[in-house]
Design a protein. Sequence first.
Length: 301
Amino acid sequence: MCRLAGVARSTYYAWRQRLTSLVEGLPAPRTGRPRRGYWWTTTGTKVPEGQVLEWLSEYIQTPDGQAYGYRKLTVWLRREQGLQINKKSVYRLLNEAGLLQGRRFPAAVGRPARRLARNRVVTGPNQLWETDLKYGYVSGVDRFFYLCSVIDVFDRSILGYHVGWTCTAEQALRALSAAADRRRADWAPGTTPAIRTDNGPQFTSHAWANGVEDLGIEHERIPNATPNKNAHIESWHSVLERECLGNQVFESLAEAYEALATWITYYNDRRMHGSLQDWPPARFYRGALQGQAPTIPAIHC
């Protein structure tokens, strides 16, 4: 019958299933392939969805990027990042991140004021923290996950972190809130730490700006294309990749979370850190509060 009517069998059965669901009052099943969560580059590298969105978020804040709609941004991703991606995917990413607003991507319109990171000289703990995202891979489900962590620039402790399939502004704030709860009692009277981030969509949102203000923390963002201004969290990510993520295969997110939690505890409490005279970060921090830690040079960043 399908052949005589010129209709594919799959089309007929999908239509019949939707009709049955409507008659029985049940929601129609979702159709289409499950969301993959990554794209390939022309060199055969998997790039997670979050990294693509970060590239887009930073680029559309530049004078060049603000002039382009999603079609030309797709061309930019293909040319500059070597990404194999179509314009519909770029539209969806931008739309879900709230970056499709007003006319063609005026990224600064309606967004929190941007306070650029200033040059600092860090001489003690709880003066400057950094946060950023790192992507890990779960082979069991062929999917990337997010790790958002907060590091103290002076004593290099990881103060809070979030691990999950997503990382919204609210989830990133929970990592920052955990860091504040952990350290608030030790803040010098009348001072609060500053938190330094890149220009990812989590950190340019109103939810993040309001949450940071509620915590009493100053937020500053690095200029575009200057990862060296966030060097300490980037360095930690390199260590994490080399000693934890890069030498394990995860079958589930729970397995990845357990491995990360175990390794972060080891890093904070036992791993000798070359920048801290080979003291572990947690021990160095306690020694710094008591005036017993070895002297290290002031950190210019």
